[in-house]
Ligand binder design. Structure first.
Ligand SMILES: NC(=O)c1ccc[n+]([C@@H]2O[C@H](COP(=O)([O-])OP(=O)(O)OC[C@H]3O[C@@H](n4cnc5c(N)ncnc54)[C@H](OP(=O)(O)O)[C@@H]3O)[C@@H](O)[C@H]2O)c1
Length: 264
């Protein structure tokens, strides 16, 4: 399928690794021009060089901006005037009980996960509407609906993104701009790999055994019963970002391996 993404300009928040990085790779494979983001110049340069190695024609650059810093949006504004596709991907979490989750934990997760998306959308959406074409994608999580007990604050940020996404979609009525959310499930990013290898070492098990236990004991509702690969999430993002997805607007698309029960 030709996704018609050639020369589209894409910004992906939090994309030096994990799902955002896989999306960057996918967009570059399709001939898009990609701007990635992370908190440090070193990590950004390493990610850009990896992307250039895997896609020889890659048109990729990076912007250092830490979304925990309210000034991050100004750093983006200084370096990026417009994009065709905005992916609000950055997301952090802290696995803690509700009692242990401090005000500053709550505020940091809302600043990084929600306010980054609010500010980026407020900057880029009017330009997309002026041009009468654009795509905004929000990266939510299965946690918005499963709400694990140790991830209540994170889950609340991911639910907020779904509301924000639907609300912004409603402002695009009658235009060629769409706004949608992706709902990934447990995905084998660097963080998940570290979780598996730490737990395996601690419990004297193989990583495969730990992963199987995770789905038997923790993510019991998963139909996939394995971690998704970042590329499996990225592929859905590419379609939603493509002109081919014009009839999908205001939607929340699950890529959760079936972990959120229910028919919708
Ligand atoms: N992985 C999963 O199982 C899973 C499941 C459902 C939903 N999600 C969601 O998918 C999205 C991507 O998750 P992921 O697991 O791929 O993430 P990840 O592997 O933890 O990647 C984090 C990325 O975000 C950047 N980052 C972290 N804090 C930042 C900040 N304050 N400002 C700017 N960049 C920052 C990191 O860059 P530097 O380190 O270079 O600064 C890195 O590029 C998140 O929204 C997450 O909630 C993930």
């Amino acid at each position: 399928m030709e996704l018609q993404l050639k020369h589209k300009k894409v910004f992906i928040s939090g994309s030096t690794s994990g799902i955002g990085f896989a999306m960057a790779q996918g967009f570059l494979d399709e001939g898009a021009e990609v701007v990635i983001n992370g908190r440090s110049g070193d990590r950004l340069r390493a990610a850009i060089s990896k992307l250039k190695q895997s896609v020889s024609t890659a048109s990729v650059s990076g912007i250092v901006a830490d979304f925990n810093d309210p000034k991050a949006i100004d750093q983006i504004k200084q370096q990026l005037d417009r994009v065709d596709i905005l992916v609000n991907n950055v997301g952090i979490f802290a696995s803690k009980s509700f009692e242990e989750t401090s005000d500053s934990d709550w505020l940091e997760m809302f600043r990084v996960n929600v306010m980054s998306a609010v500010k980026l959308s407020r900057y880029f959406l009017p330009k997309m509407l002026d041009k009468n074409w654009g795509r905004i994608l929000f990266v939510s999580s299965e946690c918005a609906q499963l709400v694990p007990e140790d991830l209540i604050a994170y889950s609340a940020t991911k639910a907020a993104l779904l509301t924000l996404s639907r609300g912004l979609a409603q402002t695009t009525k009658g235009t060629k701009v769409t706004v949608n959310s992706l709902i990934p499930g447990s995905t084998l990013t660097e963080g998940a790999v570290k979780f598996l290898s730490d737990r395996a070492r601690l419990e004297n098990k193989t990583e495969k055994e730990v992963a199987m236990e995770f789905f038997k004991q923790t993510r019991t509702t998963s139909l996939l019963q394995r971690f998704a690969q970042p590329k499996e999430i990225a592929d859905m993002a590419l379609f939603l970002a493509s002109p081919l997805s014009a009839a999908t607007n205001g939607a929340a698309i699950k890529v959760d391996g079936g972990s959120v029960p229910g028919i919708l």
